[in-house]
Unconditional design. Structure first.
Lengths: 267, 267
């Protein structure tokens, strides 16, 4: 994997880097670029939210994006087509059924997928089998336990806990980000390097406050309201107070922190 | 304030940067350097742990380090002398009694001090009064609410909570790091920029695991054992299990995360 992203580094550059990240996607993906001619497997592409960035940042690579959901693949196909990208092939497939084509990919890319799986270690073992020796894996996951904010609020923490609990009941782990290193090492990948990507949003970074605190994180937690109430995890008033408290952290004196973990390893 | 710290930036550089930080002090201080001839007030120098770095990184600046404790100042003086530094003057003084010498300093530096004060906003107002117009303030604080780890452990979180509770009872706030931005803005400083400094320690970074996870953070929490038991906040077995769980995160498959916040503002 080539890193084509080099520029001056100092505190101001670091701040600018974060400011300029037009979106979360930039912050997570801008340092991933695969060489022309290489073959890349994107495992669990969903509706293609990451696929477009992946394909754009590696225009010469041949990307195979798989997902178990035909409906999601339909949306991903449309997205990639709208973006004018032609280097992606889609396949409906279950990760665990991918036994053919062993050791055929130069690189594997997995983003926001393991958090939903009950057997993340086994999934990594399957993906390792699909990589050629010397090939790389890139793994990106969030971690809801990394969320903290000002003003602090117990109700807000409980609302986040609803999402964590629902994901747990569905067999997943919303706090998997911190485990990226042990997961990759445990699956036998070599030269594993993990770098945290912390989103820090205060009023001096209005784009992040709006784009991340409000429209990404809080909107996502707000989205589990009905499921959390139906599951009896929380009372409606308590949940709504938590959401209100999360939006409160996007005010002028508020601060919101969240960390994603990006790991790279070699076979 | 001049930043003399510029080098290539990419993911590898970021990783190396963290690896090469010989200590926590480097990670926090390496981008703070004051011009020759400038006057710097270090408010709350304690035993001089930060003073030595501050004076070394700004050899031409004239630093005045104050503290309320004569005993601490004695230790700080010895430390600075042993380091062969001659650009520091010490003064026994209470921050809130510093009314003389208004607007006389070019820069103010405050590290791990506000977390112990019951009136952090008022302290910043006093410090602002001591700065010349156009002068800078640099503020560094940790945040115990930013600590999370793998394997996760409720007992470990409770042990950390003991330190937070003891500090709260003493009038302080161990989770103040996330408030650096609103505190500086609230005190009327301009062009406030806050950058988080996340310590991420996994087995690929053995120096950080040993130097930070074991010997800095866990040792610090372990240090409040007697006080926490005496205050009746926790049972001894529970606390000891928490400490054991924190040391467990320093094993080969463990991960430990903690974030410091560094803010700079201008008068």
């Amino acid at each position: 994997m080539a890193s084509s992203y080099v520029h001056g580094y100092d505190e101001n550059a670091r701040a600018r880097l974060q400011d300029q990240a037009r979106s979360l996607v930039d912050m997570l993906h801008s340092d991933t670029s695969y060489p022309a001619g290489s073959t890349v497997l994107e495992a669990g592409c969903g509706t293609g939210a990451q696929t477009v960035t992946l394909a754009r940042n590696s225009p010469g690579a041949r990307i195979t994006s798989i997902d178990v959901s035909a409906m999601h693949l339909e949306e991903a196909r449309a997205r990639v087509k709208t973006a004018g990208l032609t280097n992606v092939e889609f396949q409906e497939a279950d990760l665990f059924a991918l036994l053919a084509g062993e050791e055929s990919f130069d690189h594997v890319f997995v983003c926001f997928v393991l958090e939903h799986l009950s057997r993340p270690r086994e999934a990594l073992a399957v993906l390792k089998g699909l990589l050629r020796p010397g090939g790389s894996i890139t793994l990106i996951e969030g971690d809801h336990g990394s969320a903290y904010f000002h003003p602090d609020s117990e109700a807000a923490r409980e609302a986040i806990g609803c999402q964590v609990e629902l994901q747990r009941r569905a067999g997943g782990n919303a706090n998997i980000g911190r485990e990226v290193y042990p997961l990759l090492v445990g699956a036998g990948f070599k030269r594993v390097r993990v770098s945290p990507r912390m989103v820090y949003a205060d009023a001096s970074r209005p784009d992040l406050v709006d784009g991340f605190t409000r429209k990404t994180f809080t909107a996502m937690i707000e989205g589990v309201r009905e499921a959390a109430l139906a599951a009896g995890i929380v009372k409606s008033e308590r949940f709504d107070n938590g959401i209100k408290a999360l939006y409160r952290t996007a005010e002028a004196d508020g601060v919101f922190c969240y960390t994603f973990f990006k790991g790279v390893g070699e076979k």
